[in-house]
Design a protein around this ligand. Structure first.
Ligand SMILES: Cc1ncc(COP(=O)(O)O)c(C=O)c1O
Length: 276
């Protein structure tokens, strides 16, 4: 296994030269994968997040959730998911969002992203490259700029500079909310969840758990009863080092300054109707 960015691709070497010691991002890994696939006979690469076909595949999660809830006669009030490129959330909300768009039912949808990589909450809505090496086509999305590489703190698979075009459009049109959360509070929620449920959640999923707990606590205060659905997208067994860091009190939060974000946003392509 070779971690990205690597010295094995041209784009990996370029990224490492420009950002020495960086732990990379999904955008870097995509560029390296595309380069490897295009330069080796018999290889193909299919993006695993962000693009519409990935959301389509993941809609199975939403359909299963809806069928299960329907069988018990439960109608959720809110649906919460973590978002890196947006595919698990897009899939989870798809049948529910369909009902909302058709005016059949109303739901509250909440996207949760890391404060260290806040594409929806602090990005701009523009056409941008899906990858750091700028080889993929442009997509209209909320973006921090394809050159934005989040600080090396954990945030796992949510380290992506942009957001699925479908989710971006839904957010721009006001059908969905977005919140950004700090990593330390996310791990606190993850630990609480593990202690109560006996399931060690992935750090990515724990972003959704954090907001689900916040919302449940609000209900406790107001006395309201709400059914909250959230996406538990993976286990934390691959992330024991991050849990250890959290336990040893070594986990930190780095929230980018406006100045940090400006660099990435300044790199978004400019043409009439896009950033000008
Ligand atoms: C466990 C887990 N959940 C969520 C995500 C976020 O990806 P997406 O927003 O495309 O669903 C990732 C990405 O690597 C992940 O590993």
């Amino acid at each position: 296994m070779t971690p990205s960015p690597s010295m094995e691709t041209e784009i990996g070497r370029k990224i490492l030269a420009e950002h020495p010691g960086t732990t990379g991002s999904l955008g870097c890994a995509i560029s390296e994968a595309v380069e490897t696939a295009t330069q080796n006979e018999g290889y193909r690469y299919v993006l695993g997040s962000v693009l519409n076909q990935v959301l389509l595949h993941q809609s199975i999660i939403g359909m299963e959730t809806k069928i299960a809830l329907d069988q018990y006669g439960i109608v959720p009030d809110m649906i919460i998911g973590c978002a890196g490129g947006g595919s698990n959330l897009g899939g989870l909300i798809s049948p529910f969002m369909g009902e909302k768009l058709r005016g059949e039912r109303d739901y509250q949808f909440i996207t949760v992203e890391p404060a260290s990589c806040p594409s929806l909450t602090r990005g701009v809505y523009a056409y941008d490259f899906c990858d750091t090496g700028m080889v993929c086509p442009l997509a209209k999305m909320y973006t921090l700029g394809s050159g934005f590489i989040p600080s090396p703190n954990h945030a796992g698979g949510l380290r992506y500079h942009g957001m699925s075009s479908i989710l971006s459009q839904l957010y721009a049109d006001g059908y969905m909310e977005a919140r950004s959360v700090g990593q330390v509070e996310v791990f606190q929620a993850a630990e609480a969840f593990a202690r109560v449920e006996g399931i060690l959640p992935a750090p990515e999923s724990s972003h959704a758990i954090k907001v689900a707990i916040d919302e449940a606590m609000k209900c406790k205060e107001t006395g309201e009863e709400k059914t909250i659905v959230f996406g538990l997208t993976g286990t934390g067994y691959f992330d024991m080092m991050a849990y250890e860091k959290f336990h040893n009190g070594e986990m930190t939060d780095y929230i980018p300054t406006d100045e940090d974000l400006k660099q990435g946003i300044d790199g978004i392509p400019r043409f009439p109707g896009n950033m000008e």
